[in-house]
Ligand binder design. Structure first.
Ligand SMILES: [Zn+2]
Length: 172
């Protein structure tokens, strides 16, 4: 009988502890969501990088071991893809650090405010997902972790689809 009492009491204490923890969790929810979004993104990017590297390795293997015709340009493009992914990984890591810094108590309010805006916000530019002020140069929103880079920005960075639809260079 005593055992059951102990168990009931233990469960009760446990629930109390969980309840106290839950309040802290609620306060942490928003920043945790941001971090989690970014961490998920990071994981996805790391996985993408692994796949890209594996594909690249297979191409090199086929080229040298099986004597397949694999052009230098194809290999270079694959390497370029990996480099792009690495850039995105770096950006996501920077964003994650920003969020962590934001939540650190020994960072000044103004620094936090700047960080929230993505260091320096781009005037008139807001996150397309949550409408928070954002920096156009950044890949991800500091608030919601959403992607800022629109596919049709027509900027200097030529968007390359992964489906190798690059136009061949003209002229001979
Ligand atoms: Zn956002």
């Amino acid at each position: 009988m005593g055992l059951l009492d102990d168990v009931v009491k233990g469960v009760g204490d446990g629930i109390k502890t969980v309840g106290e923890g839950f309040n802290k969790i609620q306060n942490k929810t928003q920043e945790t969501m941001q971090s989690m979004n970014l961490e998920n993104r990071l994981r996805a990017l790391e996985a993408k990088k692994s796949v890209a590297l594996t594909n690249l390795g297979k191409l090199v293997y086929d080229k040298y071991e099986k004597g397949d015709e694999v052009g230098e340009d194809v290999l270079k493009r694959k390497v370029g893809e990996v480099v792009e992914i690495e850039k995105e990984i770096d950006m996501a890591k920077t964003e994650l650090n920003t969020i962590k810094e934001q939540n650190s108590p020994d960072v000044s309010q103004s620094t936090k405010a700047e960080n929230r805006a993505g260091y320096a916000r781009t005037p008139g530019f807001v996150c397309p997902h949550c409408q928070a002020p954002a920096n156009q140069e950044k890949l991800f929103c500091a608030f919601c972790g959403g992607e800022l880079k629109s596919k049709k920005n027509g900027g200097s960075e030529s968007s390359h689809s992964s489906e190798g639809s690059e136009a061949p260079p003209e002229g001979s």
